[in-house]
Design a protein around this ligand. Structure first.
Ligand SMILES: C=C1C[C@]23C[C@@]1(O)CC[C@H]2[C@@]12CCC[C@@](C)(C(=O)O1)[C@H]2[C@@H]3C(=O)O
Ligand code: AKG
Ligand code: FE2
Length: 331
């Protein structure tokens, strides 16, 4: 199925009409999501606190050059501003994770989303070549920026993984698959470009349906802050405000599992607005497909029995029902 040509719509079609619950944004009742300076000596304890409470942190001094982030935004807008017929040429094929299209989560819900996506892992050349067949400079530029950003994200996710493990009292040595095999890190990664076109009636549409991420961790850049919300039991939907230059880091289902449930994999969604075409870019740091991951051994004892049976990422993704709010007990 191809995403709609949103630009041509002045009302919400029935197929895209949602009833959304309201948002809580009262600073007196909500503890703010911490901004963690990665150079701060207290970073590890702040990370622990926030991952237990929210499953989300905002990071600054992350080392990713801002000019690369700006280029990433420009190229992402360039892609999603193409005519619908052009984007459809790069449509994700059945069973494939990569290319242009609806979000993976979309078919689980009765109503469609006010968004479109483009997914890649490493070079996006195969699909991007279908978008710009006669513009070699644009094609080269797009691919170079996407690859450069992924290189930065890989560096940052290694650093974050180390800090997250340290915050659990562990080291990289405690994750069996992390030991580089033949000199390369065995983790996988995916880059997801998200586009949320301006919407004529944002209260009746949904940008990205509620979900948890199937990653270990996700690093998110948003073009304009405002749009991402997390759900807290007993409170409701809380906006994740951003700080200029910061990146949002979400705990994914696999860090929730590795931590034996200590860290939350936050249930989150993205809403739309009627003034801006918002884009976001999510980098998913994912375990190797074929390695079973369960709670890390050092976190298990008589008082803390394992909550999850080991599962591979491939098995998990195949069985995941995005309608389950909590990461599922393994299969
Ligand atoms: C690695 C992946 C996680 C993801 C599914 C995917 O194979 C590639 C896209 C990812 C994404 C991004 C938007 C939200 C999400 C729920 C979706 O529909 O596609 C996530 C998936 C996920 O984390 O489960
Ligand atoms: O656009 C956003 O703010 C959220 C994106 C997201 O949740 C995702 O890509 O998994
Ligand atoms: Fe997400």
């Amino acid at each position: 199925m191809v995403p709609l040509d949103f630009k041509s719509l002045h009302t919400i079609p029935d197929s895209h009409e949602w009833n959304k619950s309201t948002v809580v944004d009262d600073p007196n009742t909500i503890e703010p999501i911490p901004v963690v300076d990665l150079n701060d000596p207290n970073a590890v304890s702040l990370i622990r606190h926030s991952c237990e409470k929210w499953g989300v942190i905002l990071i600054i001094n992350h080392g990713v050059p801002m000019d690369i982030v700006k280029e990433l935004e420009l190229q992402t807008y360039e892609l999603f501003s193409l005519p619908s017929e052009t984007k459809a040429r790069a449509l994700r094929s059945e069973g494939s994770l990569f290319g242009y299209g609806l979000h993976r989560v979309a078919p689980f819900f009765p109503k469609l989303l006010w968004s479109e996506g483009f997914t890649m892992s490493g070079s996006p050349m195969e699909h991007a070549a279908k978008l710009w067949p006669h513009q070699p400079d644009q094609l080269t530029n797009f691919c170079a920026v996407m690859e450069e950003y992924q290189k930065e994200m890989k560096k940052l996710s290694g650093k974050l993984m180390e800090l997250m493990l340290e915050s659990l009292g562990l080291t990289l040595e405690d994750v069996e698959w992390f030991k580089p095999k033949n000199g390369t890190d065995r983790a996988q990664s995916m880059l997801q470009l998200n586009s949320y076109p301006t919407c004529p009636d944002p209260d009746r549409a949904m940008g990205l349906a509620p979900h948890t991420d199937s990653s270990i961790l996700t690093i998110l850049h948003q073009s304009i802050s405002g749009g991402l919300q997390i759900h807290e039991d007993g409170i409701g939907w809380i906006p994740v405000h951003s700080v200029p230059g910061s990146l949002v880091v979400n705990v994914g289902d696999f860090l929730h599992i590795l931590s034996n449930g200590q860290y939350k994999s936050p249930y989150h969604r993205a809403i739309v607005n009627n003034t801006h075409h918002r884009i976001s870019v999510a980098f998913f740091y994912v375990p190797p497909s074929d390695v079973k991951n369960g709670p890390l051994k050092k976190l298990i004892d008589d008082d803390h029995p394992p909550l999850y049976t080991p599962v591979t990422w491939a098995e998990y993704l195949q069985k995941k029902s995005y309608l389950d709010v909590k990461p599922k007990q393994a299969y």
